[in-house]
Structure formats: structure tokens, C-alpha cells
Ligand binder design. Structure first.
Ligand code: ADP
Ligand code: MG
Length: 611
């Protein structure tokens, strides 16, 4: 079977996505490959399709137990013989799988990296015909990446022990040059064919909000999106607990995930989410690597994460089925301070690094934190900002982010800039320095307790911007910091300082313009969305979902493994009545058509909408 046939028969997709064809072709030619593609781009197919074409076995090294189970379930649904080996198996199950594998019962075997050097496994591997080794989430091999796993270093030893070197393919969503170099080096990829596909995810909309009351904002959103499945990321376990409890109290079906829970509860909660028993998952960043639940409609960051790499990866878990989805970040200055604190006080001491190297890493972390802070405060296109950060040259208007969709006006802030810089200057004359908010309050003329007790109401610059809102003053300060006209320190309680360029503002009085939102920045989440999901018959969609759930429950797999929402929507559109027609539905291959075709086409006929 050729690759397109495999794609259609087993996976039910009609065409390859960007990058997939080339990677598959190169693997089939016997070449090592490295695929760098964003979350949701479809990396799995790049090794699953060759696995079905090549003779022998494909071994997939993957870091997460839950992911393996999910993938193997999904493959089984598509008629592919696959299994996994990890610590969740009992000794008996483990040996059964090895036995079956020795008898060539599988095309694909997932294995946890920790297992690679175990005696039984090696024994098996030495006699098996392993043609392809795939390293998924390959950035875990790099100390420079965010998820370094020492067990990944075993992979290359393992490969070297095999009687015949297999083709090695590696996949990741992390694109930085260091990580890429590290992957090639640590896995000893031989002149790999490397591809980095575009990082844009068109179906995701990006929003940054700076709400006074984060929880209120969150509540409003989840109320407006009641039946949708989503993830809410919080910076700490404590916040996870609070948000989860509060949403539960409001009657939402929510569950939680963080490293403070025991294995059993983590597993249970994760499954509740995957199986749609809980529609909302509240979690720390411990949740999600390798999660490919396809119908996640929103990812909300309740706190700003530490860098854009983490943000894009976590946000990217929305909309994997290609349907439109929302990524919302709720920003506050406190998030910046917490992250600064974590950088300065990080306990992760890596013995292999010198003091100087450690300081260098910290400096990189500070820089990355700055970049994500700018992302939160910029008034330019958010997608442009993200893609540019990942090394692309995107257009400066996407029409699908909160900045492109907010009405901005360009305002001249020449005078305001002078006022702000003078205020910082006056404060410095008193040998003091304060944070952004306090400075903004002084300029606005606030007489709150803090201001009075510090005597700031006697400054000559107190109240000289009384006609501008504090929010707008802060936005202007952000702008001045972003453009180096002021400096913001990088410690736990960042304060504003004069920079080298500050005096330019006073001396040269350069004309400065910036974009300010016409409406207040705390305005509610935009109502109009780019419509990617064309309207489908709600009633039929609901009936199809019920049918899908019946099959899923019987097979004890998450619903999306039977069919994704995208597939069900396509059924609503195409109204297939025969097996042939059913096969044209996106995500329906031969196996699924055999297994489910009759039931679904019968339901569609019964619902009777003539085409
Ligand atoms: P990742 O790159 O994050 O590992 P996955 O391999 O998990 O992404 O794929 C994400 C989703 O994209 C899955 O639901 C998969 O079925 C879908 N997908 C992958 N390739 C295609 C394709 N060629 N056509 C349609 N859908 C695809
Ligand atoms: Mg993946």
C-alpha cells in the first residue's frame, strides 16, 4: 500500500498536512529525520504511516504513560496492531506484550525510555526486526529544553546495541536552535532530513486580558461556553485548588491536576477530562504534555507562564481537531513578580553546570520572561508577536487576536512620556524607586493611604496626569519600558528606573506615538469570532454525539477516539447514506467505516434530512 492509501484506509484523512509527506518519504528512503512541528500539527502520522508500510516493527519512545495508552487505543480503533510497554503494566501483562511482539503481532510498539535498558526488553530487541525507532517529544533529550528527562539519554545506547541500526526519526514542537542541535547530537541522528513547518495555528484565536478581577472574568467566559471542553492553567497548586473549588461551587463539571496529587488521583482526573465526564480541567503546567484530546475548545491561562515557549505549547492544546478555538491569557503584574521570584530562587541545581553557566541560564530565563511580558502588554498583533518570536516573518495583522479585533487609536504621547519620566526622576531625587502601579497612581493624583504615608502626594509630579486613567498610564509606562525609555528591574519587586535613553525624553523631546485601545482594556472578551465552524444542524450533531458515546463507552475509550467532533460535523455537512459516502467523511477510514458505518448512516437516514 502506498502512503496515501494508508492515510485514507487506516486514518481516514484525505490529504497529508504540511510536512507530513516529506518526512514520511524520507523515512521510507531509509533516512533519519527530525520533524519540528507545532503541537497539533500531526507528528504522530509521520511515523505511524511509515510503520505500516515498512516491514518489521516500529518502536516509539515516548515520555508519557497516558499518552501511550491513548495512542494505542486510537490505533486499535483504526485497525492498527499496536501495544505499549511502561510501568503501568503488571509483570504478566508486560511479558504477554513482549511475547506477542516476538511473534510479530504488532506493527507499532510504544515504550517508555526507562524500559530500554531492562534485561528482558533488550533480549527481545536483539532478536526483533526493528526497522524504525521514533523518538517522540524529542526535546526531552536536551538539557536546554524545558522538559529534560535523563532517561532519554539511554536511547542512543539502546540503538547502538541493536544488531542492525534502524532508521531513527525524532519529533518535537520545540524549535530553538540549541534544542535542535542537542537532539541531533544526543540521538546521533545521521544527517537527518530536517523540517520545521510553520508555527501558525490558524484556527486558534489569541486574547490577552488584564481584568481587575480574574475570577469574575473567567466565570463569565465559562458561562458563555458552557458545553465546551477546556483547560485552565494556573501557576501554582494553590491557585488550581481555589479556581477548581470555586468553579465547582458554581456547578461546573471540573476536575484538577497538579503534582501535589497522588498518582491515582492524577490518573483518575485526567481520564475524567479525556472521557468528557469533566468538561473543564484546572491544572498546573504538570498537565498536558502529549495530551491529544482533540476537542479542547479553549485554553485559558489564569496566570502568565514563564515564557512564550511554554505558553504556545500549552495554548496549542486547544483546537487540535482544526475547529476554531480560543486561547486566552489573563495577565496581571503579580504574575511577572512571581516568575521573577521563581527564576531568582530556583532550586534546581544542576551539578554538571558551573556557577557561570548557571548564571547564564538565569539570564536567559529573565530574557524569556521579558518577552512574554511584552506579549501581554503589546498593542500590536498577538499572532505576529508569537510567530516572530519563533523566527517567522508573519504579516502584522491577523484579524483573529484580541489586538487586531480591538479598536485602537494612535495617540501622541510625547507630553505624557515627559511627565512619566519626570515623575521617575523626581522619585529618584528622593533616593527612592517604586513599581509601575505606584508611579501611575502618583501621576494620576491618587491620595490613597500608601501614597500619603510615603509622602508621594507632595511630589511636584503628583496629579499631573489626572485626566488619564491609571490603566492607560500603566500602558504608557509599559510602552516606555518596551522601548527602553525607562528601565524596569528584574527582581521580585520590580521598580522603575531611569535608563540611558530616559534623558532623551526630557532633552530632545522626541515625538512619540503609540496605540491605545479606544475602549477600556478590561472590556469583556470579544463577541465576534472568526467563524471557522460553519453552522451544522445542532440536533443531528447532538444525536451523533450520543451514538458516538455509546460506542465509546462500550469500547471503554474516550469519545474522540471513536470519532472527533470534526468528523461528526463533517457528517452533518455531508449526510452520508452509504458506506462509500461515509468513507468521504474526514477521519473515517476503512476500518471505522466497517465498524461504525451502518449505525451512523442509519441514524443519519432516520434523521432524514434530504441532501
Ligand atoms: P502533534 O503534532 O501534536 O503530535 P498529533 O499527531 O497528535 O499532533 O495530531 C493532531 C491531530 O491532527 C489528530 O487529531 C490527528 O488525527 C489530526 N491529523 C493529523 N494528520 C492529519 C491529516 N493529514 N489530515 C487531517 N487530520 C490530521
Ligand atoms: Mg504528539
Amino acid at each position: 500500500m502506498d502512503k496515501l492509501n494508508v492515510l485514507r484506509t487506516y486514518f481516514g484523512h484525505s490529504n497529508f498536512r504540511v510536512g507530513q509527506s516529506e518526512l514520511i518519504d524520507n523515512i521510507l528512503l531509509g533516512r533519519d529525520v527530525l520533524g519540528i512541528m507545532p503541537t497539533g500539527a500531526g507528528k504522530s502520522l509521520c511515523y505511524q504511516v511509515p510503520a505500516l508500510i515498512l516491514d518489521g516493527l516500529t518502536l516509539v519512545v515516548s515520555p508519557l504513560i497516558s499518552l501511550m495508552k491513548d495512542q494505542v487505543n486510537a490505533l486499535a480503533q483504526s485497525g492498527v496492531k499496536a501495544a505499549y510497554i511502561n510501568s503501568s503494566l503488571s509483570a504478566k501483562e508486560y511479558f504477554t506484550v513482549l511475547q506477542n511482539a516476538s511473534n510479530n503481532q504488532y506493527k507499532i510498539l510504544y515504550v517508555a525510555p526507562e524500559r530500554l535498558d531492562s534485561k528482558d526488553f533488550l533480549e527481545f530487541a536483539l532478536t526483533a526486526e526493528i526497522r524504525l525507532v521514533t523518538v517522540d517529544e524529542a526535546h526531552c533529550v536536551s538539557q536546554w529544553g524545558q522538559d529534560f528527562r535523563p532517561s532519554y539519554l539511554k536511547i542512543v545506547d539502546f540503538i547502538q546495541q541493536l544488531p542492525e541500526r534502524p532508521i531513527v526519526s525524532a519529533f518535537t514542537a520545540t524549535a530553538t536552535t540549541e534544542v535542535k542541535k542537542d537532539i541531533i547530537k544526543m540521538l546521533q541522528l545521521a544527517k537527518p532530513y530536517t523540517i520545521t513547518t510553520g508555527f501558525d495555528r490558524e484556527n486558534l484565536s489569541f486574547t490577552v486580558l488584564k481584568p481587575q478581577d480574574k475570577f469574575k472574568q473567567l466565570l463569565q467566559f465559562v458561562r458563555e461556553n458552557k458545553d465546551k471542553s477546556g483547560i485552565i492553567y494556573c501557576s501554582t497548586r494553590k491557585v488550581v485548588e481555589q479556581v477548581c473549588d470555586s468553579l465547582q461551587a458554581q456547578g461546573f463539571l471540573v476536575t484538577r491536576y497538579h503534582a501535589g496529587l497522588d498518582d491515582y488521583e492524577r490518573q483518575k482526573n485526567q481520564e475524567a477530562f479525556l472521557y468528557d465526564r469533566s468538561t473543564i480541567m484546572v491544572a498546573t503546567n504538570a498537565f498536558g504534555m502529549g495530551i491529544d484530546k482533540s476537542n479542547v475548545s479553549f485554553v485559558i491561562h489564569y496566570n502568565m507562564p514563564k515564557d512564550l515557549e511554554s505558553y504556545y505549547q500549552e495554548a496549542g492544546r486547544a483546537g487540535r481537531d482544526g475547529e476554531s478555538a480560543e486561547c486566552i491569557l489573563l495577565y496581571s503584574g503579580q504574575d511577572v513578580r512571581l516568575n521573577q521570584f521563581l527564576i531568582e530562587n530556583s532550586q534546581e541545581v544542576n551539578e554538571d553546570l558551573t556557577e557561570a553557566e548557571r548564571e547564564l541560564l538565569k539570564e536567559k530565563d529573565r530574557q524569556r520572561l521579558k518577552e512574554i511580558t511584552f506579549y501581554c502588554t503589546t498593542s500590536k498583533c498577538l499572532r505576529e508577536y508569537l510567530l516572530r518570536y519563533f523566527g517567522e516573518k508573519p504579516p502584522n495583522y491577523c484579524g483573529n487576536c484580541s489586538n487586531c479585533n480591538t479598536q485602537f487609536q494612535t495617540v501622541d504621547i510625547t507630553i505624557e512620556a515627559q511627565k512619566i519620566v519626570s515623575c521617575v526622576y523626581r522619585i529618584k531625587e528622593r533616593n527612592r524607586s517604586y513599581g509601575k502601579t505606584l508611579v501611575a497612581e502618583v501621576l494620576y493624583g491618587s491620595k490613597n493611604k500608601r501614597i500619603r504615608s510615603l509622602g508621594l502626594d507632595t511630589l511636584s509630579t503628583h496629579g499631573i496626569m489626572a485626566d488619564t486613567s491609571i490603566t492607560n498610564i500603566r500602558t504608557m509606562i509599559d510602552f516606555l519600558v518596551e522601548n527602553d525609555y525607562l528601565e524596569q528591574t528584574n527582581d521580585q519587586f520590580p521598580v522603575l528606573k531611569l535608563s540611558q535613553r530616559s534623558q532623551k525624553i526630557i532633552r530632545d523631546k522626541p515625538t512619540l506615538t503609540m496605540k491605545l485601545p479606544k475602549e477600556t482594556p478590561t472590556a469583556s472578551i470579544k463577541k465576534e469570532k472568526v467563524v471557522l465552524n460553519d453552522n451544522v444542524d445542532d440536533h443531528l450533531f447532538t444525536r451523533l454525539k450520543e451514538l458516538r458515546n455509546k460506542f465509546a463507552t462500550a469500547a471503554r475509550v474516550p469519545a474522540y477516539i471513536v470519532f472527533t467532533d470534526a468528523s461528526l460535523r463533517d457528517m452533518c455537512r455531508k449526510m452520508p447514506q452509504t458506506r462509500e459516502e461515509f468513507l468521504t467523511v474526514s477521519g473515517v477510514g476503512a476500518i471505522k467505516a466497517d465498524r461504525y458505518g451502518d449505525a451512523f448512516t442509519a441514524l443519519i437516514r432516520e434523521e432524514g434530512n434530504p441532501r
